[in-house]
Design a protein around this ligand. Sequence first.
Ligand code: EPZ
Length: 420
Amino acid sequence: MDSLLIKGGVPLHGEVAISGAKNAVLPIMAATLLTAEPCSIRGVPNLSDVRFMGQILTWLGAQVRFDGDTIRVHAKKIKGAGDYDLIRKMRGSICIMGPLLGRLKTATVSLPGGCVIGARPINLHLKGFQALGAKVVIESGYARASAKRLVGSAMFLGGRAGSTVLGTANVMMAAALAEGVTLIESAACEPEVVDLANFLNAMGARITGAGSPTVTITGVKALHGADHEVIPDRIEAATYAIAAAVTNGEVTLRGARAEHMHAVLDKLTSSGVKVERRGTGLTVRRNGRLKPVDITTLPYSGFPTDAQAQMMALMTLTPGISIITERIFESRFMHVSELARLGADIEIEGPSAIVKGGKPLSGAPVMASDLRASAALIIAGLAARGTTRVNRVYHIDRGYENIDGKLRRLGARIERVEET
Ligand code: EPZ
């Protein structure tokens, strides 16, 4: 297992290429199960989660070929069951259920179980399938959905924390091959949902309203193969933007799309960071003294929960009090105690963390607990005096392509070492 060793205090400078979006690629790879014809997906990041989804598609019977940053999938003949050992390793794989149900009218997948950031049930996914006429049974750790025919209908998919991203994706994919019209109310509006809808429409689906809370899917008899380029990763871009601000550097995010990042860029600007659109990207640099800002995570287009930890790292270095409230996941503050090991002053009060910022951080060994928490620890390490050792970086490799290589090219003193 690897660790990352970071010697802090170097302002980041230069340009970084933003990779394709992990959270767009995973459901798009699953959507290839909806057709017996070949599909190709371009601009795919080299991540363990992506390779893992490739294994799951292969396990289901599809031919999968990685060719540089292109994936070719041919799901000519497939089976309708997702194995426990595979699914439990990556929650995102739950999004094979919709395509399997849509194409085969039966899907059996292992229930993903909880995760460090929250309980993460799939009740809304199953509610959507039932609204399409599927019979759903939960038994021995598996969810089985089956139907003689799927019939389009209107449904409300809002839950405890508002809309569900993969729930919307799953139901959209099942409804694409249902009879008649499906209307999803309180649909997730994330750019990754729009990217999936664009891919499905390229396969011959009839989806309108993606990106708004009301999505309409007119079912078709069959879907054909398609080629698609995925959108850039707005969370990876936000992470490098915050790293530039934390180190008092200047970084150009090549390929980042400002129109997908309004909430993050708005908070960065309020905290005293200068953001400029330049060519096909964004340039981010600190603009004098940082100012504390309050953050509340919300479904898109609100502030993304996937950038909450990274923003907290920035606020630990910002003189003054900032309040960070997590409204999407119940326990997404695992990074707080590790940031405290670097000297940060943070108190948790229910769903909020009160950050008393401004004290310099000092390097220490810290433990990554999940993908975005590990990004926050790396960002804090880039600013801390001395050396920070981030252990269990397999978490970071799930969602960031070659993060240490990209940071080194920006001047960071970071190296990957065997964990001791
Ligand atoms: C997606 O997860 C992302 N994952 C997550 O990114 C991201 O944090 C999340 O959306 C929110 O933006 C992928 O796209 C692979 P949700 P998803 O269903 O779809 C509750 C990362 O770091 N809920 O939108 O699983 C749920 O518990 C990852 O890249 C139900 O109650 O999230 C949560 O509180 C982490 N019932 C809230 O809704 C359901 O059936 C939002 O979850 C489904 C969800």
